[in-house]
Design a protein around this ligand. Sequence first.
Ligand SMILES: [Zn+2]
Length: 502
Amino acid sequence: MLRRLSLALAVCLALSNAALARQTTAESYRKAYQTLEAGLNALGGAGALRAAEDVWVKANGSTWARNQSLKVEAPWDQMPRDETLYADRRGRFIFENRDPLPGGFVFGGRNVVSGGQGFFVNERDRTTQPLVAANLPAVTLNYVRRLPHLLVALALEQRAPTLRYAGRENFDGRPHDVVIFAAANGVLMNLFFDAKTHLLSKYENMVTDPVDGDVVQETVFNGYRAADGIMVPTGRQTRRGGDLIEDVKYTEVRFNTRPADTAFARPDGFEELPAFTPPPIKETKLGEGVYLFESGANSLVVEFDTYVVVVEPYGGGRGPKPTINKAREMFPGKPVKYVVVTHHHDDHSGGLRSYVAEGVAVVTTPANQKYFERMAASTFTMFPDDQTRAPRKPVFELVRGRKRVFTDGKQTLEVIDIGPSPHAAEMLVAYLPKERLVFQGDLVNLPFSGKYMPTTVNDTTLHFYDWVTKSGLDVQRIAAVHGPATTLEDLRAAVEKKRAGR
Ligand SMILES: [Zn+2]
């Protein structure tokens, strides 16, 4: 049986080698170029596209808060999505979006890119902020990919040396020619052209997902209609790891709108914030044996007599491995024994695999166990971590009865379940009675300036404030996974202002 299997495998390998051998690099490039040219012609041809100086598209529909919903498992919370995009042949873009998330969070605003630089406008907080120049290739690719004629033109005109033909594949029951190109930010895009109509049916690329590891993200254009001689999609659907995360209709598409130059100017009377720079990596002492490990996102590190507890295995910021290593260096001979996850959202739990690989016990609420087991067992080959190299099964310390207290007689850390919060059905906070301090994730997110803005206090923050005031806990300071710490007094003032509608 085994021999027959290996024989079959050998035959398969020989066949695929033969198939590959039939196409040289030059042939692959030539075929890819021709496929793209046919794709551009199907969209209206170079003439019609040259005549279109600019394009303006309005889209709306839904997004799904995958791994960012109230509940830990699908179905994900469905949120409305609105966006408009302007793009022109001079490389200028205006992209405006509104993206709510559960618990009163609203992301989005207006991004303006012109002359090789850009800025972000937040109408609700009345602020503007320059875009980081190094991010512009990724930012503009994110706009271009919304319209096939822009995406195909970009591949042909700016990324041609990277074009390769990847063969024929069936998609949606029809044969497709697949072309690969490398975007300026290094992402390899696979473009699927219908072999008969030559229209772009979808594009996809590999992404690394905090929960599911190596997955495909694909965007499908389900239909086309003609506008000013150019074929434009009727909408798009995006799936990540097979989950639908976006479904929007293109309700209006217009060409040659020729906006006035003022459309690309900063609005008057808005506060100008500095360009985002990653906050420095540092350890701030909050009390005896209590440290905030700061960076783009923060973790709380608490020292006990024989071990250390980390609160929040955040995926970004300084990263989980450097957090573990720094704790080891600061507290020699005391292993990190527990890692507390405030809530399941994939940014907050995104570094968990590194802790699992070290045998650190995961402190979480019961509903999250399966989700974290899946995360620990996922395949991460694009960005391998310790769990890829030597996988372990996670060990859990489930918080039941709303509280888990860690103490050695001198140091005390209370892990309290405050859920259901408007942001996540199960939500833990860390309370340090001696320091009169609460450490929390996503419940109070101050901007890096440390200043409360009109949007800082949302439904989630109001719920948290009410919980603190009713908890009977002696709280003076509130530290955060995101952004600087605040005092309960400052939070109270901001909440009262919000509730008074000021
Ligand atoms: Zn969250």
